[in-house]
Design a protein around this ligand. Structure first.
Ligand code: C2E
Ligand code: MG
Ligand code: MG
Length: 649
């Protein structure tokens, strides 16, 4: 068969040869027939054709060198690109890589080639990488993998690490040169270590408190949800503790925010040292902290015991005072505990609110620092809320009245009065300030309430002066809350009230608290000085309970100190009196004399107390011994009646 085909080809070839020879003969013959001019024409045609061929050749050479240039450029770009490139084959082996990748991995392209990519990934991230790789290969365009790479060979144990982001795309068939057809995936690896660190920092900041580094409120909700779910699944009880530092605001106000901040940091350190690692301590903000215990129990009582034990331990850890910026600060906390779940459908918000309510209860009860939540408490909290609503109405309708309490000198003569607010409640009758001032302070309603007091008191002073019951130098003291003085308009409100009532500034004393004498609150001190220049005097109420330092007392325009009732109460009774109270009262009186200030003893109830104060030469006495705070008509009688004589029998 092959033979016959060869034969046929030979035949065919000789046939073609013969044909070509015939054609050539024919052409030669034709040429011979041509005249000279026709020959010239043919030659010139041939020449043009030759030139055209040469031009085509040149173009070809040029585009060849252009192509080579572009290829060189591409190779340069590929090698020096700011990201590492690697082409992988179907098995994930690196077929080709650029220099950048080799540098990133602290190696050479030759070393890298034909090794799997995973070889350069830190062992700890192998599982992550392999877990995601299949999905990544399927549709690389919309995925990326962040893993830790190590430079140098891990077996050598040296080198550093970086977080690399692997992105990629499939290599299309028409792109791949025949010799590279095993490349299926092009991956780009960029070093995102810094970016990751920044992301982690932002993430950390979002979920942590900047001052103490503790997790914040956002973190807490998730953890309570988990704890609730765990307790629900296993029929167990958990506990959440809500803590608040007592009188922290006083520390902040009197010693400055920096001291307050440092105290918080040290406080957290102390608490953390007394907690188990699994327990979650969270700063809610300000001086409020929450502790979620990891331990849970099947028995609710057992869980309550554990929570109480933890709470007592925490309180004990605070026995030693904190030394911050040269100040010895004793920290006390109030602690509310909520055991959960209390209902099937408890939410994290419920648990937190219950612990918060219990904390308020602990704070309000001076006999204990720890309180467990019960549903009566919730009822009280609800009542508190309704009180706020009623108080707003009272403000609108002016359901208030001022009572006045005399301040007498050592001869029993009334030389001043203190105005004390009372609320005529439609259901509860006459209410004393302890029942509503805290709500007014919390809600800011103390500001409009305070303005009503200033207005009512100045108008009353004007009336007494008109009636000839008081001389201009007879002072009426008005209590001012810190919140009021923080209002920019405070000085103007006082000035306006005095002007409207036509009362001289010397007839009014403003009672402020020690915490207000902060050295670093410019706004308050500007207002105090402005008013003092106009002749108003300031009196420090409840003196001895705050943190005021001597230098602050000297600088502020203070004319009077009122010794707090708690120091007076034990005076003169041999049995009850802590000796230090007498020493303290003596010290305050002699200090006030040195600073040229007047001293008032508050809450004087017994003759014995009066005797001690007399012997210490206290200037003024205020207390039930002489008179309770009473209505205007009652005061009118007292003012008309001369010195108050105490029956000393
Ligand atoms: P404070 O300014 O220290 O007033 C003295 C409080 O002690 C008054 O209570 C008074 O009734 C009471 N007191 C006086 N003598 C005795 C005594 O011998 N024994 C006892 N046990 N108590 C005595 P009150 O009127 O209930 O006022 C309580 C607090 O409410 C005041 O303490 C003051 O801080 C605040 N407050 C009263 N009125 C106002 C007001 O108009 N504005 C502001 N911001 N606070 C006010
Ligand atoms: Mg007062
Ligand atoms: Mg007082």
């Amino acid at each position: 068969m092959k033979k016959s085909r060869d034969k046929f080809s030979e035949k065919e070839a000789s046939y073609h040869r013969e044909q070509a020879e015939d054609l050539a003969q024919e052409r030669v013959h034709e040429l011979k027939q041509l005249n000279e001019s026709e020959k010239d024409e043919l030659l010139s045609e041939l020449h043009i054709h030759q030139i055209e061929l040469e031009l085509q050749n040149r173009e070809l050479r040029e585009s060849q060198s252009r192509l080579e240039f572009v290829q060189r450029q591409y190779a340069e770009l590929y090698n020096e690109a700011p990201v590492g490139y690697a082409s992988l084959d179907q098995n994930g082996l690196i077929v080709r890589c650029n220099n950048t990748l080799a540098t990133m991995l602290g190696s050479t392209p030759d070393f890298i080639k034909s090794r799997p990519l995973v070889h350069f990934i830190s062992k700890k991230d192998h599982a992550v990488f392999l877990g995601r790789y299949r999905a990544f290969v399927k549709s690389p365009a919309d995925k990326f993998i962040d893993v830790q790479f190590h430079t140098k060979n891990p077996e050598q144990g040296d080198g550093t690490t970086f977080i690399g982001r692997i992105q990629g795309r499939h290599i299309t068939r028409h792109e791949s040169a025949p010799q590279l057809k095993n490349e299926t995936l092009l991956v780009a690896i960029s070093d995102v270590t810094v970016q990751k660190e920044n992301e982690d920092r932002v993430q950390h900041q979002a979920f942590h408190d900047a001052l103490t580094g503790l997790p914040n409120r956002i973190n807490l909700t998730g953890h309570i949800t988990t704890a609730l779910a765990l307790a629900g699944r296993q029929n167990r009880f958990g506990a959440l503790l809500f803590m608040d530092i007592d009188r922290f605001k006083t520390v902040n106000d009197s010693l400055g925010h920096q001291v307050g901040d440092e105290l918080l940091v040290r406080f957290v350190e102390r608490l953390s040292a007394n907690l188990r690692k699994q327990d979650l301590l969270v700063r809610l903000g300000g001086d409020e902290f929450v502790l979620l215990l990891a331990e849970q129990h099947n028995d609710r009582i057992q869980m309550a015991k554990v929570a109480k034990w933890v709470a007592i331990n925490l309180i004990r850890s605070l026995t030693e005072p904190f030394l911050v910026a040269g100040h010895n600060i004793q920290v006390e906390i109030s602690l509310g505990i909520s055991l959960f779940p209390s209902h099937d459908d408890d939410t994290p918000v419920d648990v937190l609110r219950q612990a918060d309510t219990a904390m308020y209860q602990a704070k309000a009860d001076p006999s204990t620092a720890i309180a467990f939540f019960d549903f009566d408490m919730q009822e009280r909290a609800r009542r508190r809320l309704s009180l706020e609503g009623q108080f707003r109405i009272a403000l609108e309708k002016e359901h208030f009245e001022l009572h006045y309490q005399p301040q007498v000198n050592l001869q029993g003569e009334i030389v001043a009065l203190e105005a004390l607010i009372r609320w005529h409640h439609p259901d509860h009758g006459l209410m004393t300030p302890a029942l509503f001032i805290p709500v007014a302070e919390e809600t800011g309603l103390i500001v409009p309430m305070g303005e009503w007091v200033i207005d009512a008191a100045t108008r009353q002073i004007a009336r007494w002066q008109e009636q000839g019951l008081c001389k201009p130098e007879f002072q009426v003291a008005i209590n001012i809350s810190t919140r009021q003085i923080q209002e920019n308009s405070f000085a103007t409100v006082i000035e306006q009230a005095l002007k409207t009532a036509a009362v001289p500034a010397q007839s009014v004393a403003l009672e402020i608290t020690e915490s207000l004498l902060l050295p670093n609150d410019k706004r308050c001190s500007v207002q105090l000085h402005r008013l003092s220049q106009q002749g108003l005097t300031f009196s420090v109420d409840d003196f001895g309970t705050g943190y005021s330092s001597l230098s602050v007392l000297q600088q502020a325009p203070i004319g009077e100190l009122k010794i707090d009732r708690r120091f007076i109460s034990g005076l003169g009774s041999d049995v009850q009196e802590p000796r230090s109270n007498l020493a303290l009262v003596r010290l305050i009186i002699s200090m006030a004399k040195e600073l040229d200030m007047q001293v008032v003893a508050e809450g004087v109830e017994t003759l014995q107390q009066l005797e001690v104060l007399r012997s210490l030469k206290c200037d003024l006495i205020q207390g039930y011994l002489f008179s309770k705070p009473v209505s205007v008509s009652h005061i009118n009688e007292l003012l008309k009646g001369g010195p108050i004589i105490i029956d000393e029998r």
